[in-house]
Design a protein around this ligand. Structure first.
Ligand code: ADE
Length: 223
């Protein structure tokens, strides 16, 4: 059994899912004048939807989880709460996934009250129905059991975090690793492999940032 159920998503998946999502939106008869990408996860799907729906106007809003100092619970915040006038426009808010839905709810409420579009609908490639607090107007895949989707635009970031978790959890008993041992443990924890390029880049980054030291024998040592 893996520790974190993870699914590797390819660029081809993303293009196919975005095209599928565009068809759902077209079939429903919604014709947005402007697309708003939820930053950062919504950027790529939003850009592809612009292409598949022939929408020229694309802007973004950064809504993200923020861990407050000394607090365990994460809070959603709008990072750069700038103002634009969307009156008279039909808008489509796009994200990659609706997980808890907290960041999307915050973005939606901010846009309605501050940007005042004539209409606002929400689209996401994936919707984790058992945990989400909102259902997007349009989605392509309903996920019925929670999984971490390893999207191609967070390949390095996720791999670094995944490795840090392994190193942290095992640090009580093991502080010196070969690359192969880490690869094997990665597969045990997450059930996926991200490929040598990303895996090696993640290891090098952990060395550069001082989290790991690399010996002449190519052993990785937790500092
Ligand atoms: N962002 C928030 N929830 C996620 C999930 N389950 N998979 C990938 N990215 C996410």
């Amino acid at each position: 059994m893996v520790k974190v159920p993870t699914q590797l998503v390819t660029w081809d998946d993303i293009v196919n899912w975005s095209q599928g999502l565009a068809n759902v939106i077209k079939k429903a008869g919604y014709r947005p004048d402007i697309i708003i990408a939820v930053s950062r996860g919504g950027y790529v799907p939003a850009r592809l939807l612009c292409d598949f729906l022939l929408v020229e106007n694309l802007i973004s809003l950064q809504s993200q989880h923020w861990t407050e100092a000394a607090k365990v619970a994460e809070k959603a915040i709008i990072k750069f709460p700038y103002r634009v006038d969307l009156s008279g426009l039909r808008a489509l808010l796009v994200d990659d996934i609706v997980d808890t839905g907290d960041t999307l709810i915050l973005a939606r409420d901010f846009i309605i009250s501050e940007w005042k579009p004539a209409e606002l609908k929400i689209a996401a490639l994936q919707w984790i129905s058992p945990v989400a607090k909102i259902k997007p107007d349009f989605y392509y895949i309903e996920v019925k059991e929670w999984v971490w989707f390893q999207y191609p635009w967070t390949r390095l970031e996720d791999t670094i975090q995944f490795l840090r978790r392994i190193l942290r959890e095992e640090s009580g008993s093991k502080k010196v690793w070969t690359a192969q041992e880490l690869k094997d443990r990665f597969l045990e924890y997450y059930g996926i492999y991200v490929g040598d390029t990303y895996f090696n880049l993640a290891l090098e980054t952990l060395v550069e940032t001082g989290y790991l030291a690399k010996s002449e024998e190519k052993l990785y040592i937790v500092k």
